[in-house]
Design a protein around this ligand. Structure first.
Ligand SMILES: *[C@@H]1O[C@H](CO)[C@@H](O)[C@H](O)[C@H]1NC(C)=O
Ligand SMILES: *[C@@H]1O[C@H](CO)[C@@H](O)[C@H](O)[C@H]1NC(C)=O
Length: 204
């Protein structure tokens, strides 16, 4: 599938079998304005400890605004990036707690096409995070320190692209890994989050 903006988003999902989903760009579906907002609560974001990677979190704070959490972080990425090659996301869902007995593997998402463009595209899941990075994120990218202020994820956009997961039923654990053209992992973290759906006025 190809859209006006000229790039494709392929995301591989594995539930029972293997399904290939082609995500629609939000612009295509902009008409379906929702009356609820998904607000995020974050817990326990940590750099990975199970692979060799170049991502360090130096400082991490949460602030609350309007019932939702926003993230302030200082990070160091120790590799240059000519282009982003793969983004791998593992999702685990947890019921009644987040211990090993409470969580089960849920799905894996893989993005491999035009990731540099996707990273900075508007109305993506990660737009309200990428937009808050200083210095501004773009490819090619130079290794160095980065600040993220007042950042979050936009699950509403994600839903509009077809990811209607049972967000409110579980606590979620996510493992996210992004590698560059040399397969060096420049971003790798585990996070735990919860989602609340809050009503907003239709015209806001
Ligand atoms: C943080 O982000 C929220 C949502 O984008 C915004 O409404 C709020 O004004 C921001 N706060 C600051 C201090 O920038
Ligand atoms: C992060 O998640 C990965 C993959 O699920 C796991 O192997 C690793 O032990 C986790 N590390 C931390 C610090 O939670």
């Amino acid at each position: 599938m190809r859209f006006k903006n000229g790039f494709e988003i392929h995301c591989r999902l594995q539930w029972a079998g293997r399904v290939f989903l082609v995500l629609l760009l939000p612009s295509v579906l902009a008409k379906t304005a929702s009356k609820t907002k998904m607000s995020m609560k974050y817990y326990d974001i940590k750099a990975c400890d199970n692979v060799v990677h170049y991502f360090r979190i130096l400082k991490l704070d949460y602030r609350m605004f309007d019932g939702a959490d926003f993230i302030d972080a200082d990070c160091y990425v120790g590799v240059d990036v000519k282009y982003l090659k793969v983004m791998n996301v593992l999702l685990y869902r947890c019921l009644g707690g987040v211990g090993p007995n409470h969580c089960e593997y849920f799905t894996r998402l893989i993005w491999t096409t035009s990731l540099c463009e996707l990273a900075t595209a508007k109305s993506m899941l990660w737009t309200p995070l990428v937009d808050k990075i200083t210095p501004t994120f773009r490819c090619p990218y130079k290794a160095g320190f980065h600040q993220v202020r007042n950042a979050t994820l936009d699950l509403s956009s994600f839903e509009k692209q077809g990811f209607r997961l049972p967000w409110e039923k579980y606590i979620w654990k996510v493992h996210c890994q992004v590698s560059n053209e040399l397969d060096q992992i420049g971003l790798c973290f585990n996070g735990t989050f919860e989602v609340r759906r809050v009503l907003v006025r239709k015209d806001s």
